[in-house]
Design a protein around this ligand. Structure first.
Ligand SMILES: CC(C)(COP(=O)(O)OP(=O)(O)OC[C@H]1O[C@@H](n2cnc3c(N)ncnc32)[C@H](O)[C@@H]1OP(=O)(O)O)[C@@H](O)C(=O)NCCC(=O)NCCS
Length: 195
């Protein structure tokens, strides 16, 4: 089935989040013109060979370049791809991206932080769920927990439903979040304010 993604996709309404050290992080949708700057900023994480930083970063960079070239990623249409970038004083400190299988089904891709210990990943993740459920209006988000840290901080704490018999777009165990579950937990997870 073909969709007119130009009618489905919308920019993320920018959000201001105060980090535990007092820094102000601004979260916005990435434009295609920012791809190279963001990929360059992510390169140091390619050299962190633990906790999945290297692999997740390699996949993120690949997804951004596939998006630039309008090529599908994990079988998902490039036109449905979005990435939210967190910046402190203009510097990239974290990213979280996703795509859609169809206008009502989100397929989460990756989240990573460039500064440890500031909850940047934990703050960006609900921004992505807000994007899916409240901006794009999906019914369900499909995802896979990759690293142990991600599983603990981004999945267990949110009440995702595990489907041990099913595979996600990544080919690993499918986990799902419904709009109903998001509405239950949102008030306690989404922080900061729209600007
Ligand atoms: C998962 C992730 C996005 C979470 O980001 P975050 O919320 O900003 O959290 P951090 O990475 O700073 O910290 C996670 C844990 O690492 C440890 N940690 C914190 N600061 C650290 C530091 N400076 N050095 C090493 N470990 C640190 C702590 O155990 C921390 O847990 P806590 O926040 O409950 O105290 C991030 O760890 C990441 O980018 N991981 C690699 C990619 C990945 O796994 N993505 C998610 C896939 S499901």
């Amino acid at each position: 089935m073909e969709y007119d993604w130009s009618k489905v996709m919308k920019p993320y309404p920018p959000r201001r989040i105060i980090l535990p050290n007092g820094d102000e992080m601004i979260v916005k949708s990435m434009e295609k013109s920012e791809i190279e700057e963001v990929c360059d900023a992510l390169i140091p994480n390619l050299k962190i060979h633990k906790d999945w930083f290297d692999l997740v970063t390699a996949e993120l960079i690949t997804e951004f370049y596939l998006w630039r070239e309008n090529r599908p990623m994990w079988g998902l249409p490039a036109e449905s791809h979005f990435n939210l970038v967190g910046r402190v004083n203009g510097e990239v400190v974290g990213v979280t991206n996703g795509a859609l299988r169809d206008p009502k089904t989100g397929c989460s891709l990756h989240t990573t932080t460039l500064r440890r210990g500031l909850q940047i990943g934990a703050y960006l993740w609900p921004c992505k769920l807000e994007m899916y459920f409240d901006v794009l209006g999906v019914d369900v988000v499909e995802a896979s927990a990759e690293s142990l840290i991600g599983g603990r901080k981004l999945f267990q704490a949110y009440g995702f439903t595990a489907h041990p018999d099913k595979k996600s777009h990544f080919g690993t165990m499918l986990q799902t979040m419904t709009k109903q579950q998001w509405d239950r937990i949102k008030a306690g997870k989404l922080v900061g304010e729209r600007i």
